[in-house]
Write a protein that binds this ligand. Structure first.
Ligand code: PGA
Length: 253
């Protein structure tokens, strides 16, 4: 299965000048890299989306970090699935824990967004994951999957990528807050089992499952490759093209 490395640039890159610097570094790091079986998806703040088209290629695609489910209308401050698509993105991160935490998003709303994305031809990167290191993580993951994918039928599920992001490991900057290879593998098996039960083994095989939470070039092999994951969702390190492309090369191996 083709691997996927997603860069979630979050609320960074504060000016056109900073953006140009990022482009320069990104192009330099990507030049000459094969990445024969890995695609990169960059998710900048939506205000940068059009400019980021400059980086698009056979290997590099674009996404956004959130969107609304309605197509257009009086929804001040929101962007719609059609806008996202018409401005050059194919992907959308949905249900990120920071959206849940700071903007009160719930599973029902995320489910609406997932369906709106799929109907518009966008591919959702659906984030699920438990809040605490200790506790019943499996129950949280299962209920998030159940609720957010409620309306998604077998014909559409292969366009969804499930991102397992244990919330306690996001931006943790602390080796104690990194899951083990086995821990990530167990989450993968759980998600797979959900997909097999809801759809079928054949369909489940077509759905990518990736890991996110403090991925860097030192831990990428352990947590994203050895755990059997199909790629990574990278936050902080996606702001440093040198590190980000290094992660993509590790995933590609
Ligand atoms: P991080 O972010 O790599 O900085 O932990 C990952 C994410 O929030 O998707």
């Amino acid at each position: 299965m083709e691997k996927l490395v997603v860069g979630n640039l979050k609320m960074n890159i504060l000016s056109p000048l900073e953006r140009e610097q990022y482009f320069k570094l990104f192009k330099k790091e990507l030049a000459g890299k094969k990445l024969s079986r890995t695609s990169i998806v960059l998710c900048p703040p939506a205000i940068h989306l059009e400019a980021f088209k400059k980086l698009k290629s056979k290997k590099v695609f674009l996404g956004v970090q959130n969107m609304f489910w309605e197509r257009n209308g009086s929804y001040t401050g929101e962007i719609s699935p059609d806008m996202v698509r018409n401005f050059g993105a194919e992907w959308v991160i949905l249900g990120h824990s920071e959206r849940r935490r700071y903007f009160g998003e719930n599973d029902e709303e995320i489910g609406l967004k997932v369906m709106a994305a799929l109907k518009t031809g966008l591919r959702p990167l659906l984030c699920v994951g438990e809040k605490e290191k200790q506790g019943n993580g499996s129950a949280t993951i299962m209920s998030q999957l159940k609720n957010c994918l409620k309306e998604v039928g077998a014909a559409r599920i292969e366009n969804v990528v499930i991102c397992y992001e244990p919330v306690w490991a996001i931006s943790a900057n602390n080796p104690d807050h990194l899951p083990t290879t086995d821990g990530v593998m167990s989450a993968r098996i759980l998600i797979k089992r959900f997909l097999v039960e809801k759809y079928s083994a054949k369909t489940a095989d077509k759905v990518k499952i990736i890991y996110g939470g403090s991925v860097d070039s030192k831990n990428a092999k352990n947590i994203c490759v050895d755990s059997g994951m199909d790629g990574a969702l990278v936050g902080r390190e996606s702001l440093a093209p040198y590190e980000f492309i290094k992660i993509a090369e590790i995933i590609n191996q």
